[in-house]
Design a protein around this ligand. Structure first.
Ligand code: AMP
Length: 128
């Protein structure tokens, strides 16, 4: 079954398209964190960013750079914050959120950790 983003790319579901090339499609997020919040999606339907092959992965970030410049120019953003979440739609997409200050982008609460926990986790990750 195709994802909602594949249906948008195919034109079966409407979207506010801002850019596309042969392998990517960019459109406004329907539930924006800030006005101009844009999603960049590879046309290839793949769930998890880091499962993409190297060429497609590199091409996606080049597309993100192209779209970021357009979003920043159009919104006069100081910084366009990017994130990749994917819990809602299982089709790779990069969020681009134009911001003027840190409070324009919701950052989750941070954890308090003891030095020993940092050490154990750093070792676990380094050894993985
Ligand atoms: P996530 O998968 O957690 O990265 O979130 C998926 C994002 O897709 C959310 O920010 C939604 O608002 C957005 N979204 C879902 N459906 C649509 C749609 N039809 N058009 C535009 N954005 C959408």
């Amino acid at each position: 079954m195709s994802t909602i983003f594949s249906k948008i790319i195919a034109g079966e579901i409407p979207s506010y398209k801002v850019w596309e090339d042969e392998h990517h499609f960019a459109f406004l997020d329907i539930n924006p964190v800030q006005p101009g919040h844009t999603l960049v999606v590879p046309k290839q339907e793949i769930d998890y960013l880091f499962d993409m092959d190297d060429a497609a992965y590199a091409a996606l970030w080049k597309a993100v750079k192209t779209v970021e410049a357009k979003v920043r120019k159009a919104t006069s953003a100081k910084r366009v914050v990017i994130d990749v979440v994917g819990y809602e739609v299982p089709h790779v997409h990069v969020h681009l959120v134009p911001t003027q200050e840190l409070s324009d982008y919701p950052v989750p609460p941070r954890k308090n950790m003891e030095p020993a926990e940092f050490e154990a986790l750093a070792k676990q990750i380094a050894d993985a």
